[in-house]
Design a binder for this molecule. Structure first.
Ligand code: CDP
Length: 781
């Protein structure tokens, strides 16, 4: 369906937060604010051993702590058939509490339930565990050797989890071999953590009807309900999952964690509500890490810079369990987008994943399942190729972009890019940053020995999982849904299967309904996150909300409009065929003076509907025909201090194309937040493990979150190429800045250091790492 690229009528009208009842009326609570009579607190005993056999667990001293009501261990859970959790994509299972051995530092070993939070913590400290240490495997390359077998519980006696590949292996090898120019670089996207400001937590209780009431920090409440039913055997109608306000998620709140299962078991066994709230350290050390991909990137090209082939071989560190919450058919997520914005005639990508003695995860941190890793690999690779060719990075990109007239574009790795105008988006960015003047300034500075860099990232990502023919989680197809009810006065409610964690669905979902039905967005209530009321949906992550649920809202609203048309015809005293929807009202065709508004129709739907069915509501389950392919052109300008290695990001321009924009202010907020996270990954963040498997970044003094003091000033812009298959022409945007920006920062720093012959440094580009690279380069010369 071709749609017009036009702004929505309410675009640019900022919601007046204080006056908007939805912000005051909303549930307005976080899980940790909840309190129920008789509530117990859960604290988890965690190991400091990264790999050890459990000889014995003694809970007797813990039980003596005043207020402690119960302690459970992995063996207790195993006896109840709850020892192991299936992981979301179904290739592995995960211990709830350690059984027989521990596999990573801070793994959950026992659960202590007590009258107060302090008593639960005191009790946990008194649980005595006797460990026999085992050899630690702290990196995937050692894991590959299988000298230490990490998962004896599995049938296949190897640490290798899976091999996944896509593309033409032989064709790519042939094309690379015959390419006049060729680069090869190992590029590591370090282990990071989404670090939402609110950690994970839950309150579980069984109500007087014996129904599980489960308040939980979940980005996907319906999937939780189904997963809990499958794991515990509690019928799905006896489970009510409520995901209230979330203080950020970023993918960290997609998996089901051991604390949740223990809270439910405690509530069932003890018969009282149980609350579990993670500490910051627990969040950073045991729940959903991201990235940790070692990517060998090879690109072939002609002598004048036309790319001929791409091969990427990845070694992935998945930690102790394969707990990445990827769609079932995509063990390496949507890594196949690694050809990026470039027209590669042939390509091949492969990923081999290994167990290590580290926390499990591999979650989609503000990312469509490994798209950030893919984008970083190709955007770094293109800069290295430009260096090899002695060509300007912009010229190389422009020479190889998928052209506007090539869309819908079938990529060498099997995607059909829906739309884009990469040349235009880059031109807007170049104009905004003033590229020509910057090149001049850079040349002058270089002549003086100063280190100034200009870095680009012209990325394409793939969001909106996803079409049911390809995408499912635990077999459940990745559609999404919306239900809209319009009340007699023209106010209404929209419920969706998504769950905002700060993305502003409360504003944008109301805007979509208002746009489609000509109603006031201020009087459209938005409700998400309650499985008793919202229609079934797969939740919010991977920028899928707008491409999938946003489309469902449009379609549900259009269903309402079709029903409303019948009532409008009755009010206008003409046949239905004589009524048209124009300028946000119904009008008798060709007679602009004879109109009725949706508000009038809504009242009539309950008071004067004639022979029509009363009421005005609709539900729509949307199965997207394709993914959407947002893209952008980012430019970073940096100055690197030659003596100290300190990098200053002087300017950053981000031009994004996410198709038709619903609300520019919300999108701008998404871009600012994502760029700040990208900046953090590029310069300061890494979850490091030492060779003994000790996690070195267990709190916010070791794992730094940027504040406004170190965050650069962001300059944003946009271009609009509507998605041809989305009913509103919109593409997702939430993850774009996180996906696109790390490469721009790194490319800028490497560009600054290029006169010294530096070609690559792995993130994070800390001051000491850059200082070392400069000193090493000086020693070489
Ligand atoms: O799934 P998630 O909400 O994280 O990501 P998204 O679909 O990219 O949407 C993030 C926010 O940006 C939502 O409030 C969207 O409605 C809004 N958005 C927009 O206003 N226009 C777009 N073209 C895309 C997203």
């Amino acid at each position: 369906m071709a749609i017009q690229a036009r702004p929505l009528h309410s675009v640019g009208v900022p919601m007046k937060r204080k006056e908007d009842p939805r912000f005051i009326q909303g549930k307005g609570h976080y899980v940790d604010d909840l309190s129920f009579p008789g509530m117990l607190y859960l604290s988890l005993v965690r190991t400091t051993y990264p790999h050890a056999e459990i000889k014995s667990i003694d809970i007797s001293e813990a039980m003596k702590v005043p207020g402690v009501k119960a302690v459970i261990t992995g063996k207790d859970l195993e006896a109840a058939g709850l020892g192991w959790l299936p992981t979301f994509h179904g290739f592995d299972k995960q211990m709830v509490l350690a059984i027989g051995q521990v596999l990573f530092q801070y793994q959950e070993v026992a659960a202590v339930f007590a009258e107060t939070r302090a008593a639960a913590v005191d009790g946990a400290e008194k649980v005595q565990v006797d460990y026999a240490p085992l050899p630690v495997v702290a990196d995937p390359f050692t894991s590959k050797t299988d000298k230490v077998l990490l998962r004896p519980d599995r049938e296949s006696k190897t640490n290798h989890i899976f091999h996944w590949e896509v593309g033409d292996k032989d064709g790519t090898a042939r094309a690379l071999a015959s390419s006049p120019k060729r680069i090869k670089q190992r590029i590591w996207f370090q282990r990071c953590h989404p670090a939402p400001l609110e950690p994970c937590g839950c309150v579980a209780y069984f109500d007087t009807m014996g129904r599980l009431q489960f308040h939980v920090t979940s980005q996907a409440p319906h999937v939780y309900r189904t997963a809990l039913s499958l794991v515990t055997g509690i019928p799905e109608d006896k489970i009510h999952v409520i995901s209230p306000d979330l203080g950020g998620g970023f993918g960290n709140k997609v998996p089901v964690y051991p604390g949740y299962v223990c809270a439910i078991v405690g509530a069932l066994k003890i018969g009282r509500p149980v609350k579990w709230i993670e500490t910051r350290t627990e969040n950073l050390t045991s729940t959903g890490f991201a990235r940790d991909y070692h990517m060998d990137v090879e690109i072939g090209a002609t002598a004048d810079g036309k790319v001929t082939a791409l091969h990427v071989a990845t070694t992935a560190d998945h930690g102790a369990f394969d707990a990445a919450a990827d769609p079932s058919k995509y063990p390496a997520g949507i890594f196949g987008i690694v050809t990026g914005s470039y027209s590669f005639p042939v390509a091949h990508a492969e990923v081999d994943a290994y167990f290590t003695n580290k926390a499990p995860g591999g979650i989609a941190y503000r990312c469509s399942f490994r798209v950030t890793e893919a984008s970083y690999a190709i955007e770094r690779g293109m800069d290295i190729l430009a260096d090899e060719l002695g060509m300007d990075a912009v010229e190389l990109r422009k020479k190889n972009f998928v052209r506007k007239d090539q869309f819908p574009y079938p990529s060498a790795l099997g995607f059909t890019y829906d739309s884009g105008d990469y040349h235009k988006t880059l031109d807007v960015a170049l104009e905004k940053i003033g590229y020509v003047a910057l090149l001049k300034e850079q040349a002058e500075k270089r002549a003086r020995g100063e280190l100034m860099g200009i870095g680009f990232s012209t990325f394409t990502e793939v969001v909106g999982a996803g079409p049911s023919k390809h995408f499912d989680i635990l077999g459940i197809k990745m559609f999404d849904s919306a239900e809209i009810r319009i009340h007699p006065t023209g106010a209404g409610i929209v419920r969706a299967g998504t769950k905002s964690q700060g993305q502003g669905h409360e504003t944008t979902w109301a805007q979509i309904v208002a746009e489609e039905l000509g109603l006031d967005p201020q009087n459209i209530m938005v409700e998400e996150g309650d499985t008793d009321t919202a229609p079934y949906g797969l939740g919010t992550y991977a920028s899928r909300s707008t491409p999938v649920a946003g489309a469902a809202i449009v379609m549900a609203a259009r269903r309402i409009r079709e029903k409303a048309r019948k009532i409008a015809a009755h009010l206008l005293e003409v046949g239905e065929g004589d009524v048209e929807w124009t300028d946000y009202k119904f009008q008798v065709k060709g007679v602009p003076s004879k109109t009725v508004t949706m508000k009038q129709v809504a009242f009539a739907a309950y008071t004067n509907m004639s022979q029509n069915e009363p009421g005005l509501e609709a539900t729509y389950y949307y199965d997207p025909p394709n993914m959407t392919y947002p893209n952008g052109a980012y430019v970073a300008v940096v100055d690197v201090d030659r003596d100290t290695g300190e990098t200053r990001v002087r300017r950053f321009v981000a031009v994004d194309d996410c198709g038709v924009v619903i609300n520019p202010m919300v999108v701008e907020g998404q871009i600012h937040g994502g760029l700040t996270e990208g900046f953090a990954m590029a310069f300061i963040q890494e979850i490091q493990y030492d060779a003994e498997g000790n996690n070195l970044n267990t709190n916010f003094t070791d794992y730094l979150v940027p504040t406004s003091l170190e965050t650069p000033h962001w300059e944003t812009g946009n271009t609009v190429t509507p998605s041809p298959h989305h009913p509103m022409g919109a593409k997702g945007v939430g993850e774009s800045p996180n996906v696109g920006s790390p490469a721009a920062f790194v490319n800028a720093v490497i560009d600054a250091l290029s006169p010294l012959g530096v070609r690559h440094i792995d993130m994070p580009l800390t001051r000491d790492k850059v200082w070392r690279a400069i000193r090493d380069a000086e020693t070489r010369t």
